[in-house]
Design a protein around this ligand. Sequence first.
Ligand code: SF4
Length: 238
Amino acid sequence: MRAAAGAADVAALDAVVPTCRACPRLVEWRELVGIEKRAAFRDETYWARPVPGFGDPRARVLVVGLAPAAHGANRTGRMFTGDRSGDFLFAAMHRTGFASQATSTSRDDGLTLTDVRVTAPVRCAPPANDPTPQERRTCGPFLARELALLRPQVVVVLGAFGWQALLSTLGEQGWAVPRPRPPFAHGTEVVLSHPSIGSLTVLGCFHVSQQNTFTGRLTPEMLDAVLRRARALVGPSG
Ligand code: SF4
């Protein structure tokens, strides 16, 4: 995808992402959701476009999820914003010193992130949270460019889908990803090396979906521990 490859910096990438219409099924779905809306949000104008990453453009920690939620990020236009998953994530970021406030409700709510950025391998809300393999491949260059521009020292990956997407992208960029690939698990920590960039630590964490947080599979303490580990690896903010 030429638009992604041409982005000179993170701001340019964030500007180009919302213009993408490369996946017909996802374009149709994200816009349909924005027209039909959920009753609770019927007075709002949905973003209904691809969602760029959000956070510190100089972040040393990148948090990678799955894709925007139909009535969350697809409504608000900010990653992980406007649904319970995001509430869980940003509260943890606030507790661990990465976020200026514990809630993220809209693009103009004043939230700032320090030393962390949140993103996803697929930028459009997919039906049933399930992008096709083709859609994942088509969207891949955006994550690839984001990694190349940001050069994070730590990537926290939320869930198995993001784990596979991230390791694929890193492998394509010349990082020495072991074969067979390390499997996803909560608490997994993998250190990768690159001949010219150096090293990068990938931390596995269960996704912040309600399926995990409502059942106690992922507790606030567990997420805090992963974020604190990321903080320990990069050291204090400069
Ligand atoms: S999923 Fe990615 S590649 Fe597909 S339309 Fe959305 S932004 Fe473009």
